[in-house]
Design a protein around this ligand. Structure first.
Ligand code: KG4
Ligand code: ZN
Length: 348
């Protein structure tokens, strides 16, 4: 059957979501945008570790190698075959152009080969829809509008979601994204990549001896974390942690204090601004998404400070995955086979 002539989606719709916007190759299978049958993520962390950051060309080439085996694993985990899949969804932006191209062309091949609808998905919107994978449904739950904080390695966006596909961007970072700040602080403290989980872990040992300034950027809904990053660098220098000395192990207690002071400042600002806007716009709920939403203190503090219910996906669905792409696609229109990548795509 020709693409586009497919009958309307069956009562239960199984979508395969493909994600290759950055350094993770991920495929997820989701029923009706809510129930995860499988979610397989192939991390490239070790591959890029020796370069100290993501090398775009290396990432694209690894996506090419990983996509088929990861798709097969996602199907196996779900106990499904390609014949069961009703639509193929894929991230078309934002992200690294080469990485996006690999995923989009793979998805087109699958869709064309099987006569399935192709659905292009905005990666940022997918981070929001990871919240639906909890079984959260606005028609049953808190309802719209929602105040969404999407905090990842590339974005820190405050978005008012007024309905499915209806977004107003209210605030964003003017420099570093929250996840990027975690990653850079981790580098200063001699940790690996991605930095977020490592900084969080190190901070657990702190006794709270240090305090850093809060970059509130009063009068604006925007964020700016570059000053905080510099303050961390100065504190690390003052403690003799930076630059690292050859053959000298940094004092773990001092590392913990710096990590905790940074994390506390960043979390205070993320929570404070999100809750302020939630009140101002009289929303029904706050929704967190993106890799930084995996952060324990952020999750806890947001729950404590919010006057409305807080929706946060489980940690494994906060960081990049294919299930969130499939969840989002359930609410999106079919794309043409001329779907192109948009590396700078935004939301709202
Ligand atoms: O959403 P994501 O997986 O990829 C992008 O779309 O960027 O987010 C990755 C970012 C990285 O910067 C990583 O350090 C951060 O999320 N991250 C965390 C935590 N887990 C991942 N940041 C703080 N605390 C965490 N537990
Ligand atoms: Zn992401």
């Amino acid at each position: 059957m020709a693409l586009g002539a497919r009958p309307s989606y069956s009562e239960h719709m199984l979508i395969m979501g493909i994600e290759t916007s950055c350094d993770d190759t991920a495929v997820g299978l989701v029923v009706d945008g809510r129930t995860v049958l499988s979610s397989v993520v192939g991390s490239q962390v070790e591959l890029h570790a020796r370069y100290g950051g993501i090398v775009p060309e290396v990432a694209s080439r690894q996506h090419i190698l990983s996509l088929i085996p990861i798709t097969q694993r996602a199907l196996d985990d779900a106990g499904a075959s390609l014949n069961d899949v009703d639509a193929v969804a894929v991230t078309y932006g934002p992200g690294l152009a080469g990485s996006l191209l690999v995923g989009v062309n793979f998805a087109k091949g699958q869709a064309l080969g099987r006569g399935l609808p192709l659905i292009g998905v905005n990666h940022l919107e997918a981070h929001v829809y990871a919240g639906w994978l909890l079984g959260f449904d606005p028609s049953e739950g808190p309802g719209f509008p929602l105040m969404c904080l999407i905090a990842s390695g590339g974005h820190t966006d405050l978005v008012l979601m007024e309905g499915h596909g209806q977004y107003r961007l209210l605030g964003r970072t003017r420099d570093d994204a929250a996840g990027e700040a975690f990653d850079k602080v981790a580098r200063v403290l001699g940790m690996g990549f991605p930095g977020g989980p490592l900084v969080q872990k190190a901070a657990e040992a702190a006794v709270g001896k240090e305090k850093l300034t809060r970059p509130w950027l009063r009068g604006s809904n925007d964020f700016s974390f570059s000053g905080l990053k510099t303050a961390v660098l100065h504190l690390a220098q003052a403690k003799g942690l930076y630059p690292p000395e050859e053959g000298v192990e940094p004092d773990p207690q001092q590392v913990a204090e710096v990590a905790a002071a940074f994390q506390a400042s960043l979390v205070d600002v993320l929570v404070g601004k999100t809750v302020d806007l939630a009140r101002q716009y009289d929303v029904q709920g706050i929704l967190l998404g993106g890799g930084v939403a995996a952060n324990g203190p952020l999750r806890q503090q947001m729950e404590e400070a919010s006057p409305v219910p807080v929706i946060i996906p489980p940690v494994s669905l906060c960081t990049d995955n294919g299930a969130m792409i499939a969840a989002c696609a359930y609410y999106r229109e079919q794309s043409g086979l001329d779907l192109d990548v948009l590396p700078s795509l935004r939301l709202g």
